[in-house]
Design a protein around this ligand. Structure first.
Ligand code: AMP
Length: 542
């Protein structure tokens, strides 16, 4: 029976979850909170949230005058800086869809994604002028080129927006409208576009500031090293507005510059892939300092690939909390974070490190499960032992790739991440491999990632990659490919001995090859595809 008056009970106001509310809020409540940029030429500029909003409104006017209409894609090819931040909000503010392009992709990928996205405008840094010159004749849809920091080649950003007064309003519409497009690294086939909505982005941002996630409050000073062109910069440009944090940007990734900025600007939070932290350690060692010497750093957000044990230990020994996050472009991108469990303070330091090495627990809204690698219908127990294909679902998880004919998920919305993982009874996730990289030996799975992580713990090893090599009896056996540290000497037998103390005997590589360099993808991950190709005809000694 209908409950009379029921429909009147929900009497709250309409307020669409659109990301322009974020900037309005930051400008209104934290208008004078600074946004600092250290540019590639060494100069520094300061603006604030009110300034970012003013410029984003001007850019909205400039884009409208350039003919950008609702849903049109506005692309950027740029490092981290305040003008890039302006352009995120300016692009969505005029109703457009922000498309951040990774300048380090290969030409064929750059060609494919800008044309597939049908980008109409491109804003770029002068440092990428060479990419623009090379690609211009191949990019068929781009009508306007705006350079962020030079007037030599294209209209310069400040002049372009400077022609407007900012006296306008943001585009309005449905909260399910798209706001941002990011392409995935695409280790196989063409890159795929992931189209975020205003609503999904807002929910991700609102969760992002919470203590279990990025742990941001109004005192936070964040230096994001994660590029604004990769995986939505982990959502930080959106989330940072909620408590009105101070952003410190560097348009170059030189560890000396980053450490100097951290110290001078009082950085409390930073976020980046493990190689960023490694470069910082190497720099600090070279100048006889440690992490606590670079200022009040409190939280290190590490993701993109597994944070190695020595990195976690060193940061924690310097009183830095390590928020180890897992996610992917398809999850906006955060799926799990290293949230402290309730009994954290009672745990022994070694147990804390062991826990942080795992990929954390799901953020509110995200559900995880593992299914059998050979039988995706069979859900696996959360016993901390049984590994399987990791699936995810939730309000900021992809349903369908941009322009794809079919959904990327099954009927229950579970999205197959391509990762192999174990889930523990308390919900902690531990990634063990990628489904394509896991090595199958005699019907049992060997984690290439665990072998690599163990190998890089050896003092002479700079980088290591493990791949499966055909074996007539075992199907596949692991091969370890190693880059030695500069000036270091080590033999395959020594590395094998070292690994023997850390992994099961049957996991030990049957071959260890030394190379000068390991190939990487455009997003800096080890390209196993190239390694497999290079060692395709490799014959293992029996
Ligand atoms: P991308 O979409 O380019 O950011 O790549 C996402 C992939 O990076 C995931 O599917 C994982 O394979 C890997 N990844 C992300 N975070 C982590 C992490 N904390 N530990 C291990 N692998 C990770």
């Amino acid at each position: 029976m209908n409950n009379p008056g029921y429909s009147d009970l929900g009497s709250m106001q309409d307020w669409d979850l659109r990301v322009t509310h974020l900037l309005d809020h930051a400008a209104r409540e934290y208008g004078h909170r600074e946004i600092v940029t250290r540019w590639a030429d060494g100069s520094e500029t300061r603006t604030d949230w009110a300034g970012i909003r003013r410029d984003a409104l001007k850019m909205t006017q400039a884009l409208r005058a350039a003919g950008v209409r609702k849903g049109d894609r506005v692309a950027t090819l740029a490092m981290n800086h305040s003008r890039h931040l302006v352009s995120w909000y300016g692009a969505v503010g005029c109703g457009g869809v922000l498309h951040t392009i990774n300048p380090r992709l290969f030409d064929d990928q750059l060609d494919y994604i800008a044309n597939h996205a049908e980008d109409k405008v491109l804003l770029y840094d002068a440092v990428w002028q060479g990419v623009v010159d090379r690609m211009k004749s191949r990019w068929t849809s781009i009508e306007h080129y705006i350079c962020f920091d030079s007037a030599d080649h294209a209209p310069a950003f400040e002049d372009w927006i400077g022609a407007y007064d900012g006296d306008t309003t943001w585009d309005t519409g449905d909260e399910r409208d798209p706001c941002m497009l990011c392409y995935t690294s695409g280790t196989t086939g063409h890159p795929k576009g992931v189209l975020f909505e205003h609503r999904s982005t807002m929910l991700h941002a609102m969760t992002g500031v919470t203590p279990n996630f990025f742990d941001l409050d109004s005192r936070s000073v964040m230096l994001p090293v994660v590029p604004m062109f990769h995986a939505a910069s982990w959502g930080l440009p959106w989330a940072g507005t909620i408590p009105g944090i101070k952003f410190v940007y560097s348009a170059v990734n030189d560890p000396a510059v980053l450490c100097d900025l951290m110290k001078r600007e009082g950085v409390t939070h930073s976020a980046g892939v493990p190689t960023v932290w490694l470069a910082m350690f190497n720099y600090l060692d070279s100048v006889g300092q440690d992490v606590r010497d670079v200022g009040p750093l409190k939280t290190a957000i590490i993701g993109g690939s597994a944070a190695p044990k020595f990195m976690i230990e060193r940061l924690m020994a310097n009183d830095v909390r390590v928020a180890h996050a897992w996610g992917m472009t398809e999850t906006s991108p955060i799926g799990t974070t290293g949230a402290y469990p309730w009994d954290w303070d009672q745990m022994e330091p070694a147990a804390q490190v062991e826990l942080v090495q795992k990929q954390g627990r799901p953020a509110f809204g995200v559900e995880l499960r593992c299914v059998d690698l050979d039988d995706p219908e069979r859900e696996l127990p959360r016993d901390g032992v049984t590994s399987g294909a990791l699936q995810v679902r939730g309000p900021w998880v992809i349903k369908r790739y941009f322009k794809a004919a079919e959904d990327a998920v099954g009927t229950d919305n579970w999205f197959d991440t391509g990762d192999v993982a174990v889930i523990f009874p308390d919900g902690t996730l531990q990634l063990t491999d990628r489904t394509k990289d896991v090595i199958k030996s005699g019907g049992e799975w060997i984690s290439s990632v665990e072998l690599e992580n163990a190998a890089v713990g050896h003092p002479a090893v700079a980088e290591a990659a493990a791949i499966g090599i055909y074996h007539p009896r075992w199907d596949e056996r692991p091969m370890l490919i190693v880059v030695k540290k500069d000036g270091a000497e080590v033999t395959g037998a020594e590395i094998r001995d070292y690994l023997g103390g850390q992994v099961a005997k049957w996991w030990l590589p049957d071959a260890i090859e030394f190379v000068d360099e390991i190939p990487h993808t455009g997003t800096g991950k080890i390209s196993k595809k190239d390694l497999r190709e290079r060692f395709r005809d490799y014959k293992l000694e029996s």
